[in-house]
Design a protein around this ligand. Sequence first.
Ligand SMILES: NC(=O)c1ccc[n+]([C@@H]2O[C@H](COP(=O)([O-])OP(=O)(O)OC[C@H]3O[C@@H](n4cnc5c(N)ncnc54)[C@H](OP(=O)(O)O)[C@@H]3O)[C@@H](O)[C@H]2O)c1
Length: 293
Amino acid sequence: MASKLTTVFCKNLFAGKVAVVTGGGTGIGKAISKELAELGCRVVIASRKLSTLEEAAKELNKYVTDKDQVKSSVVYPFQCNIRHEDQVEALMDYTVQQHGRIDYLVNNGGGQFMSPLAYMKTKGWNAVIDTNLNGTYYCLKHAYHKWMKENGGSIVNIIVDMLTGFPGMAHTGAARAAVENMSKSLAVEWASDGVRINNIAPGVIYSPTAAANYKSDDVFDMYLENIPARRVGYPEEISGAVCFLLSPAASYTTGVTVAIDGAWGLYKKNYEVPDHEGKWPLGVHSDYVKSKL
Ligand SMILES: NC(=O)c1ccc[n+]([C@@H]2O[C@H](COP(=O)([O-])OP(=O)(O)OC[C@H]3O[C@@H](n4cnc5c(N)ncnc54)[C@H](OP(=O)(O)O)[C@@H]3O)[C@@H](O)[C@H]2O)c1
């Protein structure tokens, strides 16, 4: 369904530009693709499910055309599993060959599941690291070599709000912390090529597809009391920040992470710590500690 919220940026801000948005057919990625397209950008949306991408492209192209922004189709689907380096290379090749350039890369495609680390299967751990860390690495490397090394560009990675750890989903916390650190390295390594790279750490962002991943809307409700804003966020609240970071307004901004979370990250307590039952070491002032137990 088309959102009521529209962009705050000026018409044609991204005219003549080309973006690749992974996971651009659903949720946060779809909102980002929609706003980029509305601002005149040509957008290649890439993920595993071609039918979802095709449907999203149709809907977004109709939206943009109805708004009389751009007459031609501006969102293009491309099937790509970012876990496979050859598919990522094909995505970047396709974008340069068919659309002429890659000005912007939004590494949004990803996923995870809830489980304490001790009970995670290694296969699940590897799948999350493979998608969220290795997949991002493949996208960065091939966008750089196919276009940005010679021509510059701007990159935004969608990570998670793992700045105080991510108990209950340690695999994604580890992968995204690695992406954040990699971005700091690349902000320096690629500065001389005119490439900027930044991260957005969303808090709890509701979309029907995100809820379906966790198999219920209750997953979002359970966070509410720990969000000072007292509500979840919405994909459009992420996309505006992505557009800002990609745009010339952020031309001196690189290597940073912006948390968009209604202050959840400053306040969060989303993991119940069970009673220690005497297992935690008492330390040197044990008499004082025992008197408090
Ligand atoms: N919603 C939140 O509260 C929240 C908070 C923090 C961070 N995030 C992150 O934000 C991003 C977008 O999430 P969302 O909430 O919008 O959920 P979503 O709608 O489920 O989006 C995830 C997207 O990633 C794509 N994807 C997953 N695995 C992929 C792979 N191997 N290769 C290519 N694409 C892949 C999916 O498409 P296919 O299934 O077609 O591949 C889907 O479009 C994710 O990285 C998510 O972890 C979300």
